[in-house]
Design a protein around this ligand. Structure first.
Ligand SMILES: Nc1ncnc2c1ncn2[C@@H]1O[C@H](COP(=O)(O)OP(=O)(O)OP(=O)(O)O)[C@@H](O)[C@H]1O
Ligand SMILES: [Mg+2]
Length: 314
């Protein structure tokens, strides 16, 4: 649906986006992550045809976003980070006007406008003036506008920024429902949101792709992922550690005492899960077991590791 190849954007001497490559398959929800200034919005603007790339290319449904921008744009609904609405227009009037601009034929206008008003929960404010709406409702109008011409691809730049928790849930629910008919590229700073919504994640820093994959792949590839903790009462911790090390699924073992319990920290061999063997070894040797666990690295942890965030909590 979307292919991005070596896409770059320079502002003078600043390289805002640098040789970015990724793909978005039909029906996928892909999350674009990265710290402030990473190049997310710049990438999205180029895909939406609002900003010419310095080099590289991108296609939407096979159409080049620049040399065939008309065809490409017809297939894209773009919600920019600061939704530029017409503050003096009324919601329904605005949506209908925009849909007409984007080529929705006259006979379909009324029906389509009613549909997006309902989809985005705007019935109550349909006749209100946009400039007097709350931020959450303005975001919804932006989303309704992005989808009014039934695009195949939605590009949503931080659609939940500035919303209260109820509105965030409502917008998320909407996005999840949209997945049935649309492919979605979304940027956000809310990492749990990514885990809830996205089938794939692209992490940017300083305009470059740091990592890409499913949330599970990213978690598995970083930090303490895969480490297994095993708590047992053993007669001789050193001998027990040696016994565990002999297991073909285990790479290394360290241990410490916690009262009567020995806590083993076990690094499995790549792509191995030693937990079943650990249970068997414990049973065979009559060890008492308190816990076998494999704490997962969170996406937040992966993000911090890849983008080198300062740790404000320290
Ligand atoms: N019109 C412009 N002229 C000059 N520099 C720009 C312009 N627009 C963006 N930049 C710079 O390009 C870089 C990438 O900006 P961009 O807005 O794409 O980041 P972002 O990942 O969307 O950040 P945020 O999370 O803050 O929205 C930044 O360093 C920014 O200052
Ligand atoms: Mg941005």
């Amino acid at each position: 649906m979307v292919t991005v190849e070596k896409l770059s954007k320079r502002y003078g001497s600043l390289c805002a986006v640098s040789e970015v490559d990724f793909e978005v398959g039909k029906g996928e929800i892909v999350g674009l992550l990265g710290p402030n200034g990473a190049g997310k919005s710049t990438t999205m603007k180029m895909l939406a045809g609002y900003l010419p790339p310095t080099s590289g290319r991108a296609t939407i449904a096979g159409y080049d976003v620049f040399s065939q921008s008309l065809q490409a744009r017809r297939r894209i609904g773009y919600m920019p980070e600061n939704v530029p609405l017409y503050p003096d227009m009324r919601v329904r009037e605005f949506l209908s006007y925009r849909a007409a601009l984007k080529g929705v034929p006259g006979r379909r206008l009324r029906e389509r406008t009613a549909d997006v008003i309902e989809l985005c929960g705007l019935q109550e404010v349909a006749t209100r003036i946009i400039g007097r709406l709350s931020k959450g409702y303005r975001q919804r109008v932006g989303l309704a506008d992005a989808m009014s011409h039934e695009p195949d691809l939605l590009i949503l730049d931080e659609p939940t920024i500035g919303l209260d928790p109820n509105q965030i849930r409502a917008v998320r629910g909407m996005i999840r429902n949209l997945r049935r008919h649309h492919t979605i590229l979304i940027s956000t700073h809310i990492l749990p949101e990514v885990e809830m919504l996205c089938s794939k994640v692209v992490i940017l820093k300083n305009g470059r792709v740091q990592a890409a994959g499913t949330p599970a792949e990213l978690r598995a590839g970083h930090g303490q992922a895969g480490l297994v903790e095993f708590d047992a009462v053993v007669p001789d911790p050193l001998a027990a550690a040696a016994l565990l090390r002999a297991d073909s699924s285990i790479q290394s073992v360290t241990h410490r005492q916690d009262g009567a319990w020995t806590v083993f920290s076990i690094v499995p061999k790549p792509a191995h899960d030693p937990r079943e063997n650990l249970f068997r070894t414990a049973v065979e040797n009559h060890w008492r077991v308190r816990e076998i666990s494999r704490p997962e690295a969170s996406l937040e942890h992966v993000f911090a590791e890849l983008t080198g965030g300062e740790d404000w909590e320290r």
